[in-house]
Write a new protein. Structure first.
Length: 310
């Protein structure tokens, strides 16, 4: 029995929740998938899955097996890559990141994939933290502080955001004169990170927290972008979404001298031991992409002023 192949099959069954779904993904027959898992259980002398005619569930031993199986597969892949052509990555990397950053990176992966013909990237757009090990995610980009001390955390950049509204909305409701005025406007809230309704602003020396009572709450930043363009209210938008519209006059930057507070952009992963070349390649590419954008490369946060002057 190929133990690595059997471990991969077991992980796919655990993720898919059924032998039939795993068989489709792996391009195998359902009996072949079942035989591989059964052979793995026999080899380990341990039942990994509870089976019935209507359901499939991990045993407690199966749950403990998942992180160990991932480590074995990563070690084997790293060994194989170290013996291959220098600098050429292969295999699949699952990368989770917020939707705006996902859009930003999806425009930039063509060059990397051309350079590494055997590399495959699966982008997962997530607004909330994932369980990396349980979901088989290699890397995740998170905004703000990372609370899970068991993860490796690497800061790769900083957010830049703008408080914006459309000209059509401002014609109806007028320009807010100060932060207190926001409570008299229709605010659109991006609910990432919980149900808190507070917007933070900073000019580099002072910070202001403004409590808001939003009329529209959305859990996806791209949806917030569409709503504010349609004139639904005032919102905080990342520069990735806002800058083209501010430049074209479709959105107005309301507080250029006291913008929304910046957050660290962190890359998290479960372990740096035996890290495959495919994962290291994506990390290096993400870091380079952040450094290419002046809105994300620096913590000092000056680009919005340069933008206002152009």
């Amino acid at each position: 029995m190929d133990i690595v192949c059997a471990l991969r099959t077991f992980l796919r069954v655990a993720e898919a929740g059924s032998f039939s779904a795993a068989a489709i993904d792996l391009k195998l027959t359902q009996p072949a998938v079942s035989r591989q898992v059964s052979a793995l259980e026999a080899q380990l002398d341990t039942r990994l899955l509870h089976r019935s005619t209507t359901a499939l569930a991990l045993t407690s031993e199966g749950e403990r097996m998942i992180p160990m199986a991932l480590r074995v597969i990563e070690a084997v892949e790293a060994l194989g890559e170290s013996a291959g052509p220098e600098g050429t990555a292969s295999g699949k990397v699952r990368l989770s990141l917020p939707a705006p950053l996902g859009l930003y990176m999806s425009d930039r992966f063509a060059t990397l994939l051309d350079r590494h013909p055997e590399l495959f990237v699966e982008l997962l757009f997530r607004e909330e933290p994932s369980d990396l090990i349980e979901e088989g995610i290699d890397l995740e980009v998170r905004l703000g502080a990372v609370a899970d001390s068991s993860l490796i955390c690497r800061r790769i950049g900083w957010t830049t955001a703008f408080l914006v509204a459309s000209p059509s909305y401002l014609e109806k409701r007028s320009m807010p004169r100060n932060f207190e005025d926001l409570n008299r406007h229709d605010c659109i809230c991006y609910s990432r990170g919980g149900s808190g309704r507070s917007w933070q602003f900073s000019n580099g020396a002072d910070e202001v927290a403004v409590r808001i009572a939003p009329r529209l709450v959305l859990d996806n930043a791209v949806a917030v972008h569409r709503a504010v363009l349609a004139g639904a209210g005032i919102a905080i938008l990342t520069h990735i979404l806002a800058t083209p519209d501010i430049g074209a006059g479709r959105l107005v930057n309301l507080v250029p001298d006291f913008p929304p507070a910046r957050l660290p952009i962190n890359l998290v992963y479960s372990s740096r031991r035996n890290m495959p070349l495919r994962v290291r390649t994506i990390i290096e590419y993400l870091v380079a992409a952040m450094q290419e954008d002046p809105f994300m490369a620096s913590s000092s946060g000056g680009p919005w002023r340069a933008m206002e002057e152009t």
